[in-house]
Design a protein around this ligand. Sequence first.
Ligand code: ADP
Length: 482
Amino acid sequence: MSRRFVPSIRFRLAAWYTVALCLMLIVYATATFVTVRHEFLEQLDDDLYEDFETAEGLITRMPDGRFAWVSNEHHDPDIDEDRGTDVWAAGGEPIFRSRTSSALPPPVLSGASTHPRYDSIVANGTHWRTLTRTATLGGAAVVLRVARSEDRLRTQLREILTVLVFGLPLVAILAGMGGYVLARRALTPIDRLAAEARRITADRLHERLSVPNERDEIGRLAAVINETFARLEASFDHLRRFTADASHELRTPLSVIRGIGEVGLGETRSPAEYKEAIGSMLEEVDRLTTLVETLLRLSHGDAGTVRLSREPVDLGQLARDVVSSLSILAEERNQRIRIDDSAQSLATVDRLVIREAIANLLDNAIKYSPAGSPIDVRVRSDRNQAVIEFVDQGPGIGAPYRERIFDRFFRLDDARSRESGGTGLGLAIAKWAVDVHGGRITVDENPGGGSVFRITLPLTTPRQGDGTKQHAHTTQSSGGRL
Ligand code: ADP
């Protein structure tokens, strides 16, 4: 397959510039030539008129009836090569002819009047411009014709035309070369940018393009590329951290399983001891399975391939469901969960996905607040937002961590969190679940100690006469990212 020739931008710029300049020059040269030619011809006709008036005054009738040129004060018609004067009787007989005008054909006398008539004629290869008019010389009515050669004028016009015609390609070539050099100079910074950008590989993402002048076009382009590199670097870092954290998380249960196995094999044990060892191993396997499943779900969320089944959901009802599912955990720790859902709050969401977010937040509140402390779940609506709050009496989240707490594998107290079976992914999942519904998840300090986790979702207003559960069931693909 033959590769199509794609000219470089600098070549195209130079070509366009040359073509545009040539077109302008052609128009300009044509207009100049036409104007100059018109001016020359007009000047020639004016000169002819002057010649006519001079001839009228200088040709006199001699006593013998002949006509002669009486003064050569202006010019001698017998010497001049490029001018001629002749006088004709109305009947067509020549009365007076200067030396040069004898070469001209006789004038057309019919129609000769006191109005000057201009003609262009060719005689012996010479172009002449003539003025013919009736005149009264020595009392006789005659036809007087003056002529001037156009040769000099034509030579001048030809020279001008030659300069214009041959000058044009020269100017075009010079313009093309100049345009190419200029385009190259203008585009050199782009080549430099490309060379610099090529050097920035995945392991040198911290490097940036140099921006000599951030206000010009190239500077703005470099700034945009630099921003892209910064985003890429952040994503790479995120990914690296995530991979490292995920490997670490996966390695811990594997080491535990290995340890239990090695101890079990170390010496002969009773069946009950073996059973216990296998039970511990299965617990770790469960932990691993949960971790892997959560990671998989997160990566689906990243890829935007999770399908959401949205329906109007009464968030108060949903929160009650979750509270009753987790109440056993709270009871174990002697905690009391109080729920306030007096204000009805409806949101069009995927019930299961939001349920999981609520469950994760409530689970954390139970896990991280002291035994015997109360936990409050409040559901309300605030203008066009549905809000669910989880208020606990736990250690709270320090201000510097309130953003990072939602990152994957981020834990404030590693040992405590692991001990309570946490994977460090609960809040990341909750954040994704809320984000994907166009909501927000935040954490604040509880004035009475502990933390307040808050989910905000777009509120759905119930239609008059509609029961909350009878809305159409809509399914849509989510493009949510974590
Ligand atoms: P984990 O599975 O470890 O609980 P999460 O993503 O749910 O992971 O939470 C991340 C970290 O945030 C926890 O390890 C814990 O340190 C902190 N955390 C979460 N919820 C609370 C809370 N209600 N009070 C105090 N700390 C919390």
